[in-house]
Design a protein around this ligand. Structure first.
Ligand code: COA
Length: 550
């Protein structure tokens, strides 16, 4: 059986996609579009400034004093230096870097924990790395949410997962928002067990404290490395022991690397210094049963770049829905050779559907190009099912129209009912399509249209926002129809304006991050490669139980 799987895989690695001669899309900007393009560009440059400001803020972690305490007093590496040593020397995809910024309980840089996907010895792995400069790496509600999302990404895409644990456990003042509910603290450990049973490998590196809940992460991972002198694992630290028994004990004697590697057996590998721990983890990853293809298909065939500069996307990213330009202008800056094999070009034209390649990888593209009408929804539904049948990943470019005004005539009511039915059908098709889905919100994300266009609730493998994106039930400026009282409507609009901002959304982890429009092709390409890696795992059948360490 095993040999069969392997030979099937070997032949798959040598397979080639069918040649294609998709037509080139007309991506030329016309003078009549210049005015809107300029307005969008100005808005995008302001958004980009904001993006860079938040990026710098997140990078500072817990600030200067905490950084000094971490590096000078505690003699630990900073989280980004740790990742540099763990991961291959190439770019990695960070997930939700702005999570934690602008929350009611303050700014929690990177939500106190970096997550993302990077290569280790050529294999894409999810990493979940506490940043102990942020309140000792303690878990805020947003930290828990971010860890759970990273585990979700690992599960949905069958990616090995590496935990870099350096955490004081729960942030106690917010315990009621961390401990009791289903998708809170305990879910991390539940997921670890389920992932292990699903044969999704998990490795932990103890490079700081693992106190209380933090202690279960390394003890439930399949293989754990622990660093001498800086790593500790215990449920209650020395102060608790002293209070309970009067005994004075050092952290090292209570739960240091030597104790856990030699006596308790809680860890499997002892690292004398931090650097050794990352080497050790890299070697563990090399023991995983994956066989990667010699070369990526795209690299082998030579990738065609789009015919137009991706920088133009800054002027195509709509400042508001009314500043949207033809979605084909955007596609022509994303697909290989600006080529697109359109499906149903003359029907339901407010939705673009068709096939294109992103760095050699074939995808079905569903792009908003106006209101999601009855015809557009039927077409979307048809196309999504087509891609599902052919096993082709879907990319949604979402820019939903503001909610329509109230229905005033019988004729309109009938049209709305039909639209409702067709949208329901598209939602079903999207929800049930078993192919990978990636959503990029390039403009609006409002109301029911956003569900049909694979919003967060529809579980895309990844969802990113452009910095100009707006996420809210009702688009800002459109609340008058719903709230007749003028003052109330004005207040509501102000709120919608503030709460629909892409950074507000990303701070709360309603997405996997804000990406710059000009980086979209690269991000999409990485995501597609990441998703595809699961085809190269040799054995994936679910076990009945997770790996039990004892
Ligand atoms: N909840 C809330 N805040 C916490 C915390 C917790 N569980 N653990 C640490 N902090 C805060 C500290 O008050 C301090 O805040 P400040 O910078 O505003 O002064 C900051 O995190 C850093 O802690 P500090 O003790 O100064 O740093 P350190 O590097 O010497 O030690 C820990 C870090 C995590 C080892 C240590 O703080 C610790 O053992 N904390 C208690 C862990 C615990 O008992 N958790 C139980 C959770 S159920």
């Amino acid at each position: 059986m095993h040999q069969l799987t392997q030979s099937r895989f070997m032949s798959a690695a040598r397979r080639k996609r069918l040649p294609s001669a998709f037509p080139v899309i007309d991506g030329v900007l016309h003078p009549i579009q210049n005015h809107v393009f300029e307005l969008n560009l100005r808005n995008s440059l302001v958004c980009q400034e904001r993006y860079l400001k938040y990026k710098a803020q997140a990078k500072k972690g817990g600030g200067e004093n905490a950084t000094l305490r971490h590096t000078q007093r505690n003699k630990k590496l900073l989280v980004r230096d740790r990742l540099r040593r763990l991961l291959d020397d190439e770019d990695y995809l960070e997930l939700a870097p702005f999570a934690g910024l602008g929350l009611p309980y303050g700014d929690i840089p990177s939500a106190g924990c970096l997550t993302g996907i990077g290569k280790i010895n050529g294999l894409w792995c999810v990493f979940i790395a506490n940043d102990a400069t942020v309140k000792g790496g303690t878990a805020y509600p947003i930290t828990v949410k971010k860890q759970l999302r990273a585990q979700d990404v690992a599960m949905q895409n069958r990616l090995p997962c590496v935990y870099l644990v350096d955490s004081g456990g729960a942030f106690l003042p917010l315990q009621s928002e961390i401990f009791p509910d289903k998708n809170q603290g305990g879910r991390t450990f539940y997921n670890e067990a389920v992932m292990s049973a699903l044969k999704i490998p998990q490795v932990a590196i103890v490079c700081g404290s693992c106190t209380a809940g933090g202690a279960y992460i390394p003890t439930m991972a399949e293989e754990t490395v622990m660093v001498h002198r800086i790593g500790t694992i215990f449920l209650g630290g020395p102060p608790l022991v002293k209070a309970a028994t009067g005994e004075e004990v050092s952290p090292e004697d209570l739960g240091g690397a030597r104790l856990h590697a030699e006596v308790s057996g809680c860890v499997d590998h002892f690292a004398a210094v931090e650097q050794d721990a990352y080497e050790s983890a890299r070697n563990i990853i090399s023991t995983l049963n994956f066989e990667l293809p010699e070369e990526d298909e795209g690299e082998a065939g030579g990738v065609e770049e789009p015919l137009h500069s991706p920088d133009d996307l800054l002027g195509l990213a709509p400042k508001s829905y009314h500043h949207s330009l033809d979605a084909k202008l955007i596609l022509s800056r994303l697909t290989d050779g600006s080529k697109f094999q359109e499906f149903k070009a003359r029907y339901g034209t407010t939705l673009l559907t068709g096939f294109g390649k992103i760095e050699g990888q074939l995808v079905g593209i569903v792009a908003s190009n106006g209101e999601l009408t009855y015809e557009a929804s039927l077409k979307g539904s048809h196309f999504v099912q087509l891609c599902d049948q052919r096993d082709i990943p879907l990319v949604f470019l979402q820019n939903t129209a503001p909610e329509p005004g109230p229905t005033l005539s019988a004729h309109k009511a009938e049209a709305h009912t039909n639209r409702l039915k067709a949208q329901g059908s598209m939602m079903s098709a999207v929800a049930c399509a078993s192919v990978p889905k990636i959503t990029v919100v390039i403009g609006g994300c409002h109301g029911a249209d956003s569900y049909a266009m694979c919003g967060r609730a529809f579980d895309p493998n990844f969802l990113f926002l452009w910095p100009n994106a707006r996420v809210s039930l009702v688009a800002p400026g459109c609340s008058q129809a719903l709230v007749p009282e003028e003052e109330e409507a004005t207040q509501l609009n102000r709120r919608l304006e503030e709460e629909s901002c892409a950074f507000f959304s990303s701070g709360r982890l309603w997405d996997d991050g804000v990406i710059l429009p000009q980086d979209t092709r690269k991000v999409l390409s990485s995501c597609l490669k990441i998703i595809k890696q699961q085809d190269y795992q040799i054995s994936k059948e679910k076990q009945r139980t997770p790996l039990l360490r004892f």
